[in-house]
Design a binder for this molecule. Structure first.
Ligand code: ADP
Ligand code: MG
Length: 431
């Protein structure tokens, strides 16, 4: 047994990135017996994060070591009523937190939400199949699992089967290898509700598509509900047979859009509430303003903050947040140097860089020079004197004069504005 645990950690170390291993795998302990593999985590937050992000990989590692099916549980340490999946009335394959109650509604997802709800009340009805599509991290898995939870709760006798299409494929392959196709088919074809997550993974996998096509038809004909998620609108899925794509559109297709600001805030607050953490408004606003297109990433930022603050025992505040979340936040515009400005301006006006630094009074040279000085002031933190030095040692009154002259021209002369716009475009492109 000890040997197995050691092997697990060895294998995990190879399978995960180092920082993931250090942060999320090393701190767990394992309780092993005849038919269960219990993963004990330090706290609820840790457990959720592990469950949502790394459980699949962990399961694969365990299965590869055990060569037999074994129940894998996540628990929180020192909790007397240890919560394992099976002891609660939760469907074992579904993530507990992914319920309708925990799904925040907003304009971006209300149609998908309503469709998911409608399916629960009308299994195998008009919306069969239901296909939900969106970019990554916007709630597809959450919503498809919410359907599973709700059906499992409302109709305990109905068989709910949740599979990622990838797992469907892997099991299909091993069933063929071990001559267990009969069992494989039984499992899917007895389902009352089949949830297939991330169908895009079967693109290019002909045998899997063939098998799924047959499964689909069998279920559909016996009016069993099918729900599918995809990262694209069905027609846009590449290397998936048309006959399958056609079927995906027989029922209802809905999309989830990136959430609006208010919804992002609500999701963050809900997440904090769920973990019984007080999230200051300014931090929620900071995260919601800077991470807009991926809810998982937004939650990752929050978790990172909470983990840091609880480990260092520093209270959460906005400055700490800005510092910790540097990597999540798109970098502030990297600085533009005077040299880049001189190069771009000289290219744009087809003059020499040395001309920009000269005293020449010719308009075709002095105007570009003044523009370059104006832009240097705008885009760099340099003092007037420093800018003067970079333009052939001009004193600071010359620099002020140039800047003011361009400012004035900007008010009265449209062509100058156009030139400057063009140069700014070149500057940001060349960065
Ligand atoms: P996808 O499957 O589209 O990649 P997920 O369903 O895994 O996205 O969602 C990513 C994370 O965002 C999950 O933690 C999920 O709970 C959360 N999430 C997504 N949409 C919502 C929502 N509307 N309300 C609350 N949490 C959400
Ligand atoms: Mg997903």
């Amino acid at each position: 047994m000890e040997n197995l645990k050691r092997k697990f950690f060895e294998k995990a170390r190879l399978n995960f990135d180092e920082h993931v291993y250090e942060t999320w795998i090393k701190p767990i302990s394992i309780e092993l017996n005849e038919n269960s593999f219990q993963i004990i985590t330090p706290n609820q937050l840790f457990k959720d994060w592990l469950e949502e992000n790394y459980l699949e990989q962990i399961k694969n590692i365990v299965y590869s070591l055990m060569e037999r099916e074994i129940q894998i549980f996540l628990t929180v340490s020192k909790n007397k009523n240890i919560t394992t999946y099976s002891q609660e009335s939760f469907h074992p394959e579904l993530i507990q937190r992914y319920t309708f109650e925990n799904f925040i509604k907003g304009k971006s997802n209300e149609f998908a939400y309503a469709a998911a709800k409608a399916v629960v009340d009308n299994l195998g009805g008009l919306y069969n199949p239901l296909l939900i599509y969106s970019n990554v991290g916007l709630g597809k898995t959450h919503l498809i699992m919410a359907i599973g939870h709700e059906v499992y709760r409302k109709y305990p006798h109905k068989k709910v089967v949740y599979y990622s299409s990838e797992k469907f494929m892997n099991e299909l392959i091993s069933s063929i290898r071990f001559e267990k196709m009969h069992e494989f088919r039984e499992k899917f074809r007895n389902a009352d509700l089949l949830l297939i997550d991330d169908i895009q993974f079967i693109s290019g996998k002909t045998a899997t598509q063939e098998e799924f096509f047959n499964t689909f038809n069998t279920l559909y004909e016996s009016k069993k509900q099918i729900v599918i998620t995809s990262d694209k609108f069905p027609k846009q899925l590449q290397n998936i047979e048309d006959r399958l794509k056609n079927r995906f559109e027989w029922g209802l297709t809905v999309d989830i859009q990136p959430p609006e600001y208010e919804t992002r805030i609500a999701i963050l607050k809900n997440k904090a509430w769920y973990h019984k953490i007080d999230l200051p408004d300014d931090i929620a606003e900071f995260i919601a303003t800077n991470i807009c297109t991926n809810i998982r990433e937004m939650e990752g930022a929050l978790i990172k903050l909470l983990a840091y603050s609880s480990l260092t025992k520093k209270p959460l505040d906005i400055n700490l947040a800005k510092d910790i979340l540097k990597d999540f936040i798109p970098q502030e515009e990297t600085t533009i140097s005077v040299e880049q400005i001189q190069k771009t301006v000289s290219e744009y006006f087809q003059i020499k860089i040395t001309d920009l630094k000269s005293q020449k009074k010719l308009k075709t040279i002095s105007i570009p020079r003044q523009i370059a000085i104006f832009l240097s002031r705008k885009y760099t933190q340099l003092s007037l004197n420093d800018i003067g030095n970079k333009f052939g040692g001009k004193d600071h009154s010359t620099i002020i004069h140039s800047i003011n002259k361009i400012k004035k021209m900007l008010d009265n002369d449209n062509s100058i504005k156009k030139h400057i716009d063009n140069i700014e475009k070149m500057l940001t492109k060349n960065r």
